[in-house]
Write a protein that binds this ligand. Structure first.
Ligand code: SAM
Ligand code: DTB
Ligand code: SF4
Length: 339
């Protein structure tokens, strides 16, 4: 059966995996009130519009990374002032997880500056995952590329989510990373999916990419066989010493809101996380992002190496908006590719 002619009509509310960039562009460019209305309509169909998921991040292994991601403070190729450190001890990680839990987080995300984990390190990360789960928190890790056997080991430890971002469009990818290809990223995502771990995958805006690149990145995610359960949208955090510093542009908050709305419309059941960049956003811009369908944030005043609003500021914001931090209802697993 062919698709209806109106690409921004009611059919765009269905769960679809065959979006085109042209359709996505037309939705993205709708008058803002119309775009927000459509995004909010979809959002309410799948989620409580007043609930925001909160996750806390911890860098368990910082700096000294062999990859050359042009945006990152942790690449050994750039002189960013970030000191390389060893993998943290399991007990210190668990102490941080307890703090995150008492601060109200429901998910604990651990990030390591690796191209891919070594077996011995993976064992230590598995012990962290088991310990964090035992505290009653959901677990997420981001460790770089994974082979199927490594996914199997993480699944055995009970890992809930794996974060692995595509970061930008296929066309722009080579401008920001040369030590791997986007297809390497997609291969790890396939391995994670096949191993039964939930996928967290998004990207960064503000690195000098065009608006078409941003749309293309979302279409890549929305045309995966299954949409990622979580989609983190990061605004690039300026890092002196990185190549992206030369091409970066500050992101128009309204352009960011449009992107959030597009993510919500293209991936109706995915949790959209307002990730890096909230410190530089006004309360009003964040409120518009929530209206556009963002329903998750990182809490705590540090992300991996950069800052984030402190918990009190976020609590006050949610209170002013009449919203609340709460775990979201489990993601429905009825995603099927459209014919
Ligand atoms: N090494 C692993 C990897 O790249 O998959 C995990 C850690 S890496 C820091 C996780 C993600 O953080 C990147 O994919 C990127 O989206 C985001 N990120 C890194 N530096 C950033 C920055 N300066 N601003 C915004 N997001 C950033
Ligand atoms: C994601 O998309 N954003 C988080 C998480 N996944 C790992 C990382 C943001 C990092 C921001 C830069 C920093 O703090 O170093
Ligand atoms: Fe390494 Fe990840 Fe940073 Fe790239 S984004 S340099 S892989 S830590």
């Amino acid at each position: 059966m062919s698709r209806p002619v109106d690409p921004v009509g009611p059919s765009c509310h269905d769960l679809r995996h065959d979006w085109t960039e042209a359709e996505a562009r037309r939705i993205h460019d709708l008058p803002l009130p119309e775009l927000l209305f459509r995004a909010q309509e979809i959002h309410r169909r799948h989620f409580d519009p007043a609930a925001i998921e909160t996750a806390t991040l911890l860098s368990i292994k910082t700096g000294g990374c062999p990859e050359d991601c042009g945006y990152c403070s942790q690449s050994a190729k750039w002189n960013t002032g970030v000191k390389a450190s060893k993998l943290m001890q399991v007990e210190s990680v668990l102490a941080e997880a307890r703090r995150a839990k008492s601060g109200g987080a429901t998910r604990f995300c651990m990030g390591a500056a690796w191209r891919s984990p070594k077996d011995r390190d993976l064992e230590a990360v598995c012990a962290m995952i088991e310990g964090v789960k035992a505290l009653g928190l959901e677990t997420c890790v981001t460790l770089g590329m994974l082979a199927p056997s490594q996914v199997e080991r993480l699944a055995e430890a009970g890992l809930d989510y794996y974060n692995h971002n595509i970061d930008t469009s296929r066309d722009f990818y080579g401008e920001i990373v040369t030590t791997r290809r986007m297809d390497d990223r997609l291969e790890t995502l396939d391995n994670v999916r096949a191993g039964g771990i939930k996928v967290c995958c998004g990207g960064i805006v503000g690195m000098g990419e065009t608006s078409n690149d941003r749309i293309s990145m979302l279409v890549t995610l929305a045309t995966l066989e299954r949409h990622p359960e979580s989609v983190p949208l990061n605004m690039w955090q300026p890092i002196s010493g990185t190549p992206v510093m030369a091409t970066a542009e500050s992101v128009d908050p309204i352009a960011f809101v449009r992107l959030v709305a597009l993510a919500r419309i293209l991936m109706p059941q995915s949790v959209v996380r307002l990730s890096a960049g909230r410190s530089a956003m006004s309360d009003e811009a964040q409120a518009l992002c929530f209206i556009a369908g963002a329903n998750s944030i990182f809490t705590g005043n540090v992300l991996l190496t950069t800052g984030n609003p402190d918990r009190d500021k976020d609590s006050l914001l949610l209170e002013r908006l009449g919203m609340r931090a709460a775990p979201l209802a489990p993601h429905r697993s009825d995603q099927a590719p459209t014919a």
